[in-house]
Design a protein around this ligand. Structure first.
Ligand SMILES: [Zn+2]
Length: 294
């Protein structure tokens, strides 16, 4: 595999004002027919054509990087799915498909999400077990050929800090760490953007992020606080397409492509360096963001 034709993440950051990442994985798979209770990673083997299709839709929308379908692919989280015991194979397969869709110019970021378990002292997950699970996932993503690693939708420092240690023990790739501030400007565990930066920045991460969350109005406030706390470290922001609503038996995200694009254009004006969308953000939303920021 040649990397000669595409720049590194740090080169892209150094030469562009803003980079565009992709939109949601889970909610777009649901729109494509992913059943309730089915792990999105199962599609890596059962519906690889649809995994490729979504990646390609984001590439056509104009992104600079796509995230692998590995949000739930630690061994700890896969233990609750049909893919129990197959973490390395799952991560390698996801990178293979993402690389195929990304072509020669779009970067591939390895996605790492929370384990689904509460970390000590709030729950049973010990720091060594946590670090080992993320080291295993990061090693597989690295071996598969990702350009960078992205921890996303984390909410507890007790889980994220051991995860960072594990990832950095296994890979020297650039690491982005992104938290979900979904209780106003705090996470579910009460972590503020300032708390997050104080705990995570000392690890020398490539970017500090906020993703998912709740409403775009809350994201507006989080972005201000995160930019202020992050200082010179690049900031990554991928908000949800507003708040989900049930219409009949359908979950619909309230923000239109134009609305999310307008919020993100303002984030870029304030200094956010990497943008994209989280839950509810379709390829159409991402294309609108691309048009708004370029
Ligand atoms: Zn989300």
């Amino acid at each position: 595999m040649s990397t000669a034709t595409r720049p590194s993440f740090s080169e892209l950051l150094a030469t562009r004002k803003v980079l565009l990442a992709d939109g949601a994985t889970g909610t777009n798979y649901q729109d494509k027919g992913l059943g309730l209770g089915v792990a999105p990673e199962e599609w890596l083997f059962d519906s690889p054509d649809l995994v490729l299709e979504l990646h390609r839709e984001f590439v056509v929308a104009g992104v600079d990087l796509i995230l692998t379908d590995t949000f739930g692919a630690t061994s700890l989280r896969l233990a609750d799915s049909a893919l129990e015991g197959r973490a390395r194979e799952v991560n390698l397969r996801a990178v293979e498909l993402a690389r195929e869709a990304a072509g020669d110019t779009v970067l591939v970021a390895g996605s790492l999400g929370p384990t689904g378990q509460l970390a000590e002292p709030l729950g049973p997950l010990g720091p060594d077990e946590c670090a080992a699970a993320y080291a295993e996932q990061a090693a597989a993503l690295h071996a598969g050929g990702v350009d960078l690693l992205v921890m996303e939708t984390f909410f507890a420092l007790e889980e994220a800090v051991p995860a960072i240690r594990g990832i950095q023990s296994a890979s020297d790739l650039p690491l982005v760490v992104s938290f979900s501030f979904d209780r106003g400007t705090h996470t579910m565990m009460g972590v503020s953007p300032r708390d997050f930066v104080d705990a995570v920045a000392p690890f020398g991460v490539a970017a500090l992020g906020a993703n998912c969350g709740r409403s775009l109005a809350d994201a507006d406030l989080v972005v201000v606080q995160l930019l202020e706390a992050a200082g010179d470290t690049p900031v990554w922001v991928k908000p949800n397409a507003g708040v989900p609503k049930m219409i009949g038996d359908q979950v619909v995200y309230e923000a239109t492509p134009e609305i999310i694009a307008e919020h993100i254009r303002l984030y870029v004006d304030q200094g956010v360096r990497i943008v994209g969308g989280c839950c509810g953000s379709t390829p159409t939303h991402v294309a609108a963001i691309a048009a708004a920021i370029r």
